[in-house]
Design a protein around this ligand. Structure first.
Ligand SMILES: C[S@@+](CC[C@H](N)C(=O)[O-])C[C@H]1O[C@@H](n2cnc3c(N)ncnc32)[C@H](O)[C@@H]1O
Length: 332
């Protein structure tokens, strides 16, 4: 089938449904409602309830449509998933919590959001409930700070050269989206014909503006607390930084490391999760044909073994170097 570039496709939907098994009913938390692809599918099964969150208030249009159809089984909250514990979930039988990270097709096509390199006008990149925009980042932070953002959040090898050019250009005037793309295109020496020259810098800015690293870490921790025993925590990631965090979080809370690599791993009853498969689930060839942007999607999941609320994790320490970079935004 030819890909329909004007449509929103919920990524890895069939795979996700087979993991969270909504046919058995219960409460499902969709932390990234978007265009409601996952929520609608879950609600199509009887005896399910969906609590959906999205930081983008514009998702409410779709949420209201779903609410009209399933008003006794659907709730939408315009909050960030790091705020999941604001919800009173004590009496809910939370069987699964889902994250489908990144942005939706509708958001990338919205010129006001400025998420795409084709957007005209000011740099923005705010997905919703933000403190500052990409315009302030590009035009206010100093060279060292910008270089860190591009290097660590975009893995951009030519970060320094691009930053020097930005600093020079912004002395003349405020840089907008089109001008930023031109600066990157003119400055980059190494061309990769598979991806747009500005892809990495745009990814870095989006992560920084939306504090995606600390959002994800806080979201994972809170989700792990409110999930009930035998519940599934499932996350779809789109870039290697996100995937690294999810992979570490799941593995570190699932396994007891053996003292020596020659000794068998202990099946530790005190770990909070059970990791069913170490490798992530990725889209089938059929899905790739229908929805090319799904090519970088990776689905990982764990099952909660114990009904514990409190647990220890070193995830903040492990990724502290990234959180410190995100905190540079606090002064904007
Ligand atoms: C890839 S889309 C989700 C698509 C959805 N699964 C569907 O089928 O329509 C990601 C959504 O997550 C939202 N989002 C991203 N980060 C968030 C956060 N920290 N808290 C709440 N929503 C967030 C975005 O606004 C976007 O609408």
């Amino acid at each position: 089938m030819v890909s329909d570039a004007s449509k929103h496709y919920p990524v890895l939907l069939n795979e996700l449904i087979s993991i969270i098994t909504p046919q058995h009913g219960g409460t499902f938390i969709d932390c990234t409602f978007g265009q409601g692809g996952y929520s609608s599918k879950i609600l199509s099964y009887k005896n399910t309830k969906v609590i959906a969150l999205d930081r983008d208030i514009e998702s409410k249009v779709k949420a209201d449509e779903i609410l009209n159809k399933f008003n006794d089984r659907f709730v939408f909250k315009n909050i960030k998933f790091s705020q999941l514990d604001y919800l009173k979930l004590k009496n809910e039988n939370v069987r699964s919590i889902i994250f489908d990270l990144g942005y939706s097709y509708t958001q990338i096509k919205d010129p006001k959001k400025g998420l795409s390199f084709d957007s005209s006008g000011d740099l923005n990149m705010k997905m919703g409930l933000n403190d500052f925009s990409a315009n302030e980042v590009i035009n206010k932070l100093d060279a060292i700070e910008l270089e860190k953002i591009f290097k660590f959040f975009g893995e951009e090898k030519e970060a320094k050269r691009i930053v020097l050019k930005i600093i020079k250009e912004r002395e003349k005037k405020n840089i907008n989206t089109k001008e930023l793309v031109e600066i990157i295109e003119k400055t980059k020496k190494r061309k990769n014909f598979k991806i747009h020259s500005a892809t990495k810098i745009f990814q870095a800015l989006r992560i920084f503006v939306n504090k995606e690293i600390s959002e994800l870490i806080k979201g994972l921790i809170t989700a792990s607390k409110v999930l009930k025993k035998d519940g599934v925590l499932a996350v779809v990631t789109f870039h290697s930084l996100e995937d690294k965090i999810v992979k570490y979080f799941f593995r570190s809370l699932s396994e007891k490391k053996s003292i020596s690599r020659y000794m068998p791993k202990l099946d530790a009853p005190d770990t909070i999760f059970k990791l069913i498969q170490k490798k992530p689930i990725t889209p089938t060839t059929k899905e790739l044909k229908e929805n090319f942007p799904s090519r970088s999607a990776k689905l990982r999941y764990v099952i909660k073994k114990n009904d514990v609320y409190k647990f220890d994790t070193d995830i903040f320490d492990k990724f502290n170097h990234l959180i410190e970079i995100e905190n540079l935004g606090n002064k904007l």
